[in-house]
Design a protein around this ligand. Structure first.
Ligand code: DGT
Ligand code: CA
Ligand code: CA
Ligand code: ZN
Length: 575
């Protein structure tokens, strides 16, 4: 992948972090940080500027030295200085920086004052309460550090990437592969194809005319940092972004069997193998065989068919009952992006969004939506400039005005009202009752005991003006654990009160998870899928929410906002 501004910015900010840990000259550190910031905010592509021979030192904060470094990065994809620095900093200090609580300042302090240079040492010090005594840490941070280290270690130390991060990396790669003369099929299998919320590594399958130099071109790809293994049937590389990618070449006659095998999941494959065994068949990545005779393998459908099954959508291949459902002819008709008729959570400039109500509405109209709910934060979320009752009333007038001027889309008056510690809402009833849509969510008091947390949320649902419980667990993938609550009780409360529960489509939230969303669907609760967009672009995140809904076995019928506003409005009535 050609070097993007964000790659250059990442390298500079990493250099700044490493210099910082090493206690180097603060001016130099700041120069790298500012350059990183400037470049990531730049609308022009720096790579193009280099290609066109433009003088980079015309950019603010870029002198001759940094200009030269940018050119090196653009040409080679890397910077020798960074490699050198990475070697100079004690081994695991770099790993320590991956924890969400850790920046260079903290890592430095821990290293210089307590001699902590590894995750193990960090955890030990935290458990012995050595860390809370350091200036700038405290008891809470100490607890969080223990949790983060444990989460990191239980993930085997291997980072799992967000699905969206995987997409950004793999899309240009498969485009390059597809353009090679002689290449036929190129698909990504594995967890990526199953649309799992996080992806460990990427598994690409290829068919090609004999003699096509697929492996060579793959190993030479610009984004490759290191070739881990290179063979005729399989090549593995490590990309600069940290992803490992396995590429496998198959014959046309085996391609379907290979897709089934490498799409997985492993548990799904094990069930398929058991079924095959019963029929005296053998199944592997090359096909389905009776003795030596190949019975199926060219397409996925042929593999499933010979086992007496219908083709199963990849999102369902988790061995959660999909095989039994196919046998009974009860596979759900999964929701698609095209089913979505509106978005029920987004933010405008009135709180922490970047764009105006009008621009958000126009962007939603452009998508062909029938409605968009503007749901800015309430006052408790002061960091997001949340609305109090007076501001909300004026904000509602602003929405009326956009509706009058724009047309062609219903802009709904909404709010994301904060659930306070005692379960009361952050805004008075007389203003909530005037809104089209009330989305309730928690942003504080995440550490309440399970029982209290559950009761608090149910209490909020008791308020007759609440329609939707948004991002129920409040998790941020890889960063913030879900809150502890009795989810079944919550679901019962949602159902009893004719409320709805959200799948938040933000790619690092995806909250509900697939398993929790499936539970809701099985209880007959309707869900919403909302982007929680903070800009016009953010509305594009709908597809991640839909993918999560598919993994949860949901149909269009199960999701509220596959309906027109006229029908949604009827269903929002709680009695
Ligand atoms: P990931 O990469 O951790 O996000 O998850 P996957 O599902 O992509 O797993 P990966 O990359 O280890 O392997 C890709 C697929 O290959 C996996 O979903 C199923 C298949 N596979 C891998 N190892 C085995 C195995 O030992 N037995 C069977 N039956 N299938 C396997
Ligand atoms: Ca994989
Ligand atoms: Ca793999
Ligand atoms: Zn929120």
């Amino acid at each position: 992948m050609p070097v993007q501004n964000k790659d250059i910015a990442e390298i500079f900010s990493r250099i700044a972090d490493l210099l910082d840990i090493k206690n180097e000259n603060p001016f130099r550190i700041r120069a790298y940080r500012q350059a990183a910031q400037m470049i990531s905010g730049l609308s022009r592509n720096v790579r193009d500027m280099v290609d066109e021979g433009k003088d980079l030192s015309s950019l603010s904060g870029i002198g001759k030295d940094l200009a030269g470094k940018i050119e090196t990065i653009v040409r080679s994809g890397n910077l020798p200085q960074l490699k050198k620095l990475e070697k100079e900093v004690p081994g695991e200090l770099i790993d320590l920086m991956q924890l969400p609580e850790m920046g260079p300042k903290r890592v430095k302090k821990l290293y210089h004052e307590l001699g902590i240079d590894s995750l193990g040492a960090l955890k030990k010090a935290a458990l012995n309460h050595k860390i809370r005594e350091l200036e700038g840490f405290g008891e809470k941070t100490e607890d969080k550090i223990v949790q983060s280290v444990e989460r990191w270690q239980s993930a085997g130390g291997e980072k799992r990437f967000l699905l969206i991060e995987a997409e950004q990396v793999v899309e240009p790669l498969i485009k390059m592969l597809r353009e090679i003369e002689g290449v036929r099929e190129v698909e990504v299998a594995g967890s990526y194809r199953r649309r799992k919320e996080t992806v460990g590594d990427l598994d690409i399958l290829v068919t090609r005319r004999k003699g096509t130099p697929v492996m060579e071109r793959f190993a030479e790809y610009e984004d490759v940092k290191e070739v881990v293994a290179k063979g005729e049937a399989k090549t593995s590389v490590r990309l600069r972004s940290g992803f490992q990618v396995d590429l496998r070449v198959f014959e046309k006659s085996s391609y379907g069997a290979a897709m089934v095998y490498f799409t997985g999941s492993k548990d799904h494959n094990v069930s398929l193998r058991k079924m095959a065994k019963k029929e005296n068949l053998k199944i592997n990545e090359y096909g389905v065989f009776r003795g030596d005779k190949s019975m199926a393998g060219e397409t996925e459908a042929s593999v499933y068919e010979i086992l007496g099954l219908q083709w199963i959508p990849p999102e369902l291949r988790e061995n959660r009952g999909e095989i039994e459902a196919t046998q009974k002819g009860e596979l759900p008709e999964l929701i698609t992006l095209e089913d979505m008729q509106g978005d029920l959570q987004c933010h405008s400039k009135a709180s922490d969004g970047k764009d105006t109500i009008e621009d958000m509405a126009k962007a939603a109209k452009e998508k062909g939506y029938n409605y968009l709910a503007i749901t800015d934060h309430s006052k408790r979320v002061s960091v997001a400039n949340g609305l109090d009752a007076d501001r909300l009333r004026r904000h509602m007038e602003d929405i009326d005005q956009v509706n009058e001027q724009l047309g062609g889309i219903h802009v709904l008056k909404g709010v994301e009202v904060d659930i306070l510690k005692n379960g009361k809402l952050d805004l008075p009833d007389d203003v909530l009752e005037k809104l089209d849509v009330v989305v309730a969510s928690t942003h504080y008091y995440r550490d309440l005991p399970r029982k209290e947390q559950t009761e608090r949320i149910i209490r909020a649902l008791d308020n007759p003006h609440v329609h939707i419980l948004a991002h129920p667990f409040g998790r941020i993938i890889n960063k913030r654990d879900p809150i502890d609550m009795d989810f079944e009780k919550i679901l019962e409360a949602v159902k009893e009160r004719n409320c709805f529960i959200e799948i938040n489509a933000q790619p690092d939230r995806l909250d509900l998870s697939d398993v929790h969303a499936k539970m809701a669907g099985e209880m007959g609760i309707k869900l919403t899928i909302s982007t929680d967009a903070h800009s016009m672009n953010g509305l594009n995140h709908m597809k991640w929410g839909v993918a999560q809904a598919r993994r949860a076995w949901l149909t269009a019928e199960d999701v509220l906002n596959t309906r027109s506003w006229r029908n949604v409005k009827k269903l929002l009535k709680r009695d």
